[in-house]
Design a protein around this ligand. Structure first.
Ligand code: ADP
Ligand code: MG
Length: 391
C-alpha cells in the first residue's frame, strides 16, 4: 500500500485498526466502494429507463481476511465493536440481524451464482451517511462484492456484479430497488456522471465538472430517514407496472412524451401522473446528458428544477423538508436543485455558484430552523471513481 493512499484515505486506517482489534490479525486486503448521488433520473431504473447518477467522494471500505471454515464474522465501526457471527453454510433471507444483512446478502448472492465463498472475517467502515438517499447500503454491498469477486476468483463483470448486488438487496435485504445505485458505485468515474440505460446496462461516461463551471454540487441531507422497505416506494413501483400493463408495453421505458396524450384517456388520474413523471423524466435524462456534454455542468440546471417539480407534483415522493431545501437554495442563488434518491426523505442536491455557497448554506439552515425542522447536514460532493481495491 502506498504512503499516498494512506494519506488520502483516513477511512483506510480506521477500518484496518478496527479489523486488527476485533480479529487480532491483518486483513488480506481492503476494498472500497462509493455512495452515489443521482444527478437526474428518479424512479426510472425499474421502468427499464434512463438514469444519470455519479459516484461521490464518500465511500465504504471493507477489510477482509479469508478463513478455511464456514464462519462469517462481521464487524462494523457503527456497531460498537460487536461482532456478528453467521455461517456461510446456513445463510438465508430473513436470518441475518440488523446491518449484517448487507454483507451477508452479498455472500448469499455469490453462493446463489454457484460461487463457493470461504469463511470470512470482515470489518466495515463508511462515511456515507445512512438513510440519506446516498445509498450507504450499496456502498457496503459493492465494497463486499468487489472483494469477493477477487478473493473467490469468480471474476464477474461489472454488469454481473450489478445484478448480484441487486439480488442481495431484493431477495436477502427485502428492498425492491433497481440497478442504478450499484451501477454508479461499481462503474462511476472521477469527473463524470454515468449515463445508464437500465434496459441493457449500456453506459456512457458524461463529463460532469461543476468546478469548471464555477459551481459546487451541494447536498442537503434533510435527516428525514427514508426507508425503501416502507410502502411508498413499493406503491410507486406498482403504479408504474399497472400503467405499463394498461398501455400494453413491456415497461414505461417504451412510452414517449408524444404518447402521453393518448395515455391520458386510458389511465386513471393518479396512474397517469405517475406515468407522466417516468416518461418525462426519461426525456430529461437524455436532454441532461446532451446538455452536459455540449455545454458543461451549468446547462443541466433547468432539468433539475423540472425533475423536482415532477417528483413533487406528479410522482408525489417529495416531502416538506426536501421542498424547503430546494426552494431555499434556489432563492439564495442555486441555479438548479432537486431531491435525489428514492424520496420521502433523504437528500436534495443543488448546483450552486461557488461565490454563493455560504449564502445558500445559511439560507437553507435558516429556512429549516424557521419551520421547526431538524437542522440538515450540508456538504459538497464530487464525481469520483467506482469500487476498487484500496490496499
Ligand atoms: P441508504 O442506502 O439510502 O443509505 P438504506 O436504508 O438502504 O439507506 O441503507 C442504510 C442501512 O445500510 C443502514 O441502516 C445499515 O443497516 C446499512 N449500513 C450502511 N452503512 C453501514 C456501515 N458503515 N456499517 C454497517 N451497516 C451499514
Ligand atoms: Mg439503500
Amino acid at each position: 500500500m502506498s504512503a499516498k493512499t494512506m494519506d488520502t484515505d483516513p477511512g483506510l486506517e480506521r477500518v484496518t485498526a478496527a479489523f486488527d482489534e476485533a480479529f487480532g490479525s491483518r486483513a488480506n486486503g481492503v476494498w472500497t466502494a462509493p455512495g452515489r448521488a443521482n444527478l437526474i433520473g428518479e424512479h426510472t431504473d425499474y421502468n427499464e429507463g434512463l438514469v444519470l447518477p455519479f459516484a461521490i467522494d464518500l465511500a465504504a471500505r471493507a477489510a477482509i481476511r479469508t478463513r478455511s471454515a464456514g464462519a462469517l464474522r462481521l464487524l462494523s465501526t457503527l456497531g460498537e465493536g460487536r461482532v456478528v457471527e453467521l455461517s456461510t453454510h446456513t445463510l438465508k433471507p430473513g436470518h441475518a440481524p440488523g446491518w449484517s444483512v448487507y454483507p451477508a446478502g452479498v455472500v448469499w448472492a455469490f453462493q446463489e451464482r454457484g460461487i463457493e465463498v470461504p469463511g470470512l472475517d470482515l470489518a466495515l467502515d463508511s462515511d456515507v451517511p445512512l438513510g440519506a438517499g446516498l445509498s450507504s447500503s450499496h456502498a457496503i454491498e459493492c465494497a463486499v462484492a468487489t472483494a469477493l469477486n477477487e478473493l473467490t476468483g469468480a471474476g464477474f463483470s461489472a454488469e454481473e456484479l450489478v445484478l448480484i448486488t441487486q439480488r442481495a438487496e431484493n431477495a436477502f435485504v427485502g428492498a425492491p430497488t433497481g440497478i442504478m445505485d450499484q451501477s454508479a458505485s461499481l462503474r462511476g468515474r472521477s469527473g463524470h456522471a454515468l449515463f445508464l440505460d437500465c434496459r441493457d446496462q449500456s453506459t456512457v461516461l458524461v463529463p460532469f465538472d461543476a468546478a469548471a463551471a464555477g459551481l459546487v454540487t451541494l447536498v442537503v441531507d434533510t435527516r428525514v430517514a427514508h426507508s425503501h422497505a416502507d410502502g411508498g416506494y413499493a406503491d410507486r413501483r406498482q403504479a408504474c407496472e399497472l400503467g405499463a400493463q394498461k398501455l400494453g408495453v413491456a415497461a414505461l421505458r417504451d412510452v414517449s412524451v408524444a404518447d402521453l396524450d393518448k395515455a391520458h384517456h386510458v389511465l386513471d388520474e393518479v396512474t397517469f401522473r405517475r406515468v407522466r413523471h417516468v416518461v418525462t423524466e426519461n426525456q430529461r435524462v437524455l436532454d441532461s446528458a446532451e446538455a452536459l456534454a455540449a455545454s458543461g455542468a451549468a446547462a443541466v440546471a433547468p432539468f433539475l428544477d423540472a425533475s423536482h417539480a415532477s417528483m413533487r407534483d406528479d410522482f408525489e415522493i417529495s416531502c416538506e423538508e426536501l421542498d424547503t431545501a430546494v426552494e431555499a437554495s434556489r432563492d439564495a442563488g442555486a441555479i438548479g436543485a432537486r431531491m435525489t434518491g428514492g424520496g420521502f426523505g433523504g437528500s436534495a442536491i443543488a448546483l450552486v455558484p461557488i461565490h454563493h455557497q455560504e449564502r445558500v448554506r445559511e439560507a437553507v439552515l435558516n429556512a429549516f430552523a424557521r419551520r421547526g425542522f431538524k437542522a440538515p447536514r450540508l456538504f459538497t460532493v464530487n464525481p469520483s471513481d467506482g469500487a476498487r481495491r484500496l490496499a
